[in-house]
Design a protein around this ligand. Structure first.
Ligand code: NAD
Length: 418
């Protein structure tokens, strides 16, 4: 069996094949561009607080080494598998190439439920996982960052474990660290801030008014919550928000400050008195102007793509829309899709800024970070929209084709090694 066999890897492969056909990529080049260069699978034994020892499975996949070090998040979630991580590493490659960053894609993860582990257990798990992958990471080799279930503290533990091993501080080994340890101002907010910026660019092109618009968000973690704040700042009303615990809906608008206080107390939006309960499945198909999946892969599928009722589908999560759903959305021109590798690229762009600042030990202010972020997103958005209009393809095909073609051309220029 294929080592990466998993529904999400099959989905990423199918997207790749469709774009490879569009680019007329010869059969002989396809597996070289598609398949991850390296994958590492490790056993992570951890002493639990109750005295037992549990072995967790951890993975790191480096998709290609052609353009520089590899870059991508570390996910803590019960469903993490080698195949899922491999698919996410592939998408990171296309995203970095679309944004013109000097990186290949990577992704990592540990199959665990972080909500069921204590802080001390999470620290032991993170330090042991880092220890196991030390030979494969480094500022010039592979630079992890946060993803679902991990955060600034996780990156601080990773940076410390690596630095202790080499004998001096190496802030550039991870991004998304606390600012005090060499993190960049604006990194924690970067993905959601970028999503809100691009949603507004999409609304501009459709002639929509942000102040009259409504939004629904699935996932209220780092990305979903910052996206909500960003959209609210432009005057848009949040009418539905969901997370792993449930979802709430209020057509007149959810009070975000009150919702945040509820989440701080209960660790979920479920039960928030300022809205009515609704299932996550129903949430996605309510009428709204902006729909933002900001949680897991494969949420918009062949089943519900015909039923969603938005004007802008902003893919803050990685891989939220399946190729079956894409076929249906391609026949619904009233919906503009901001594809994941563009929509959530703000995170890796500011991770790149953080890495550059760490390598130079010279740090930028917030205005400089945000200004440079918006300029890079604006350029990628305009270029993707132009490609899509000129070549009469979807925004996803346009974004993927730009990214995949760059990696393919770079591999041809360098030869077989990377
Ligand atoms: P997070 O762990 O901070 O938040 C994840 C949110 O999703 C939580 O609210 C969780 O409750 C919710 N969720 C989990 N399972 C769910 C389910 N079955 N139904 C509904 N909601 C569910 O993670 P994050 O960093 O915000 O990442 C969210 C998505 O954005 C992921 O797809 C990630 O790959 C992507 N992403 C993150 C970044 C980043 O900088 N953190 C960058 C690019 C893309």
């Amino acid at each position: 069996m294929h080592p990466y066999d998993h529904p999400t890897f099959r989905m990423a492969s199918r997207q790749f094949d469709l774009v490879a056909d569009f680019l007329e990529m010869p059969e002989g080049d396809r597996d070289r561009v598609r398949l991850p260069k390296r994958s590492i699978s490790v056993a992570v034994p951890v002493h639990l607080d109750d005295g037992r020892t549990q072995v967790f499975h951890g993975f790191r996949v480096q998709h290609h080494l052609t353009l520089g070090p590899t870059k991508g998040g570390i996910r803590y979630h019960p469903d993490v598998t080698l195949g899922e991580v491999a698919a996410l590493s592939m998408w990171m490659s296309w995203k970095c190439a679309l944004m013109g960053l000097p990186y290949g894609g990577a992704k990592g993860g540990v199959a665990c439920d972080p909500s069921k582990l204590s802080v001390a257990e999470l620290e032991r798990l993170t330090r042991r996982f880092t220890q196991e992958i030390i030979p494969f990471i480094g500022p010039q080799t592979d630079v992890p960052a946060p993803d679902m279930g991990t955060n600034e503290q996780t990156m601080a533990w990773m940076m410390d474990t690596y630095s202790t091993h080499v004998g001096h501080s190496v802030p550039g080994v991870v991004t998304g660290k606390p600012v005090l340890l060499g993190g960049s101002v604006g990194r924690r907010e970067a993905t959601g801030r970028g999503v809100a910026f691009l949603v507004n660019r999409a609304m501009d092109t459709l002639g929509m008014e942000a102040r009259e618009a409504t939004a629904i968000i699935q996932g209220y973690g780092n990305v979903g919550s910052v996206t909500a704040q960003g959209l609210e700042r432009f005057g848009t009303r949040m009418i539905g928000i969901g997370d792993a615990g449930g979802a709430v809906f209020n057509e007149r608008g959810l009070d975000l400050a009150a919702l945040d206080a509820h989440v701080a107390a209960h660790r979920t939006v479920a039960g928030f008195p300022g809205g009515a309960p609704i299932s996550n499945a129903d949430l996605l198909v309510q009428r709204c102007d902006i729909l933002v999946p900001a949680a897991l892969e494969r949420q918009i599928t062949g089943e519900n793509a015909g039923k969603i009722q938005c004007r802008v589908l902003a893919e803050a999560a990685n891989g939220p829309t399946t190729p079956d759903a894409d076929e249906i959305l391609a026949r619904r021109p009233e919906i503009i899709v901001l594809p994941d590798i563009l929509c959530n690229a703000g995170g890796v762009v500011v991770s790149y800024f953080e890495w550059v600042q760490d390598l130079q030990s010279f740090f930028w202010g917030e205005t400089e970070v945000i200004d440079r972020l918006y300029r890079m997103l604006e350029q990628a958005f305009s270029q993707t929209l132009k490609f899509s209009r000129e070549r009469r393809v979807t925004m996803r095909t346009a974004a993927l084709a730009s990214g995949i073609e760059r990696v393919w051309k770079a591999k041809r220029l360098r030869g077989l090694f990377p």
